[in-house]
Design a protein around this ligand. Structure first.
Ligand SMILES: [Zn+2]
Length: 119
């Protein structure tokens, strides 16, 4: 993803931003924008009157401008507001406080001797 402005592409004053992954995307956006924005009437006339050589020259210049732009991080899906999560994270429960030897100690109590046989 690269960001260029109309000024990058040679328009004197327009700061319209293009965000494109490829040069083809940039050109599609530029043609759409230049066709729609009245500020680009001079460019429209220039492009309509341009010779194939001039068009190729501009194409090469724009291509180099696009290539020279640093690639940015891919576009985020949507800026999510930094709202706290509705479900708070469960606190980690402490391990059961049971001594592992307590149960076995209890069963090892000394058993009383058998009762003497009845006489
Ligand atoms: Zn523009």
């Amino acid at each position: 993803m690269k960001t260029l402005t109309c000024q990058d592409l040679g328009a004197p004053t327009c700061t319209h931003e293009y965000k494109a992954n490829t040069y083809e995307e940039l050109m599609a956006q530029m043609h759409e924008h230049v066709a729609a924005d009245p500020v680009h009437e001079p460019e429209r006339q220039a492009m309509a009157a341009a010779t194939p050589e001039q068009l190729a020259e501009w194409d090469a210049k724009w291509r180099a401008t696009f290539a020279a732009k640093p690639d940015e991080a891919p576009a985020q899906p949507a800026p999510t507001p930094a709202a706290p999560s509705p479900v708070p994270a469960e606190p980690v429960a402490p391990p059961e406080a049971v001594a592992p030897s307590a149960a076995t100690t209890a069963t090892e109590a000394i058993t009383p001797p058998p009762a003497p046989p009845a006489a």
